[in-house]
Design a protein around this ligand. Sequence first.
Ligand code: PEP
Length: 251
Amino acid sequence: MNRKYLIAGNWKMNKTPDEAAALIEEIKPLVKDATCSVVVGVPFVDLPAALTATKGTAIGVAAQNCYWEKSGAFTGEVSADMLRAMGVQYVILGHSERRTYFGDTDHTVQKRVRGALDAGLTVILCVGETLEQREEGITTEVVAMQTKIALGGVSAEEMSRVVIAYEPVWAIGTGRTATAQQANEVCAHIRDVLSGLYGAETADQALIQYGGSMNAGNAAELLAQPDVDGGLIGGASLKAADFATIVAAAK
Ligand code: PEP
């Protein structure tokens, strides 16, 4: 097992281009000695500013969604090819806010994953159960189903460009974090699912993050879990010092 942690910020619909550049300038010196990979996931309109501000650094830039068609009459959409053409390396797909507010389903997430991989992007694929599903005792089934459908048609080789973010919906933006044990249990289960799909070696190499109210105070414990290979960070990624503390905890 030789997995390099990935800490990714999901800025959601926050920061204008100028504000995004300013936040990256704040983050840059704080993460320059990071031993993990660091990514900022910014709104579409902030991508040029983020790419400029991160140039010459090890910080990667992610979009927060993409459409699966390459081009055409799809008003309001942005294709994976467009993102790749401008130099974006990562895309967050299947986030629970996309599923809840914008109608993303496991099958449209699968199409987005396909489009993103074909364009050469690395995908951060979000999966996770609702509180109701956890209380019904079907967390592992839900997460396995989301993972399997989203990865339909993805090859073992392509899995080197897929990161899975386990994000329990009840923990996102709520301040209610999964315990380290809960996070590890589900991340380990996702690894088992990957082992079933691709074999033990690919599963062992796969990066599986935890996301859901991870912050400067709880990151070290969550990231110390054997099957948690990093974090997808919402609220705390908008504060440079907190984000840097999480990055420093990822060793
Ligand atoms: C997220 O948006 O992916 C997330 C985990 O948000 P938060 O850290 O604010 O819970």
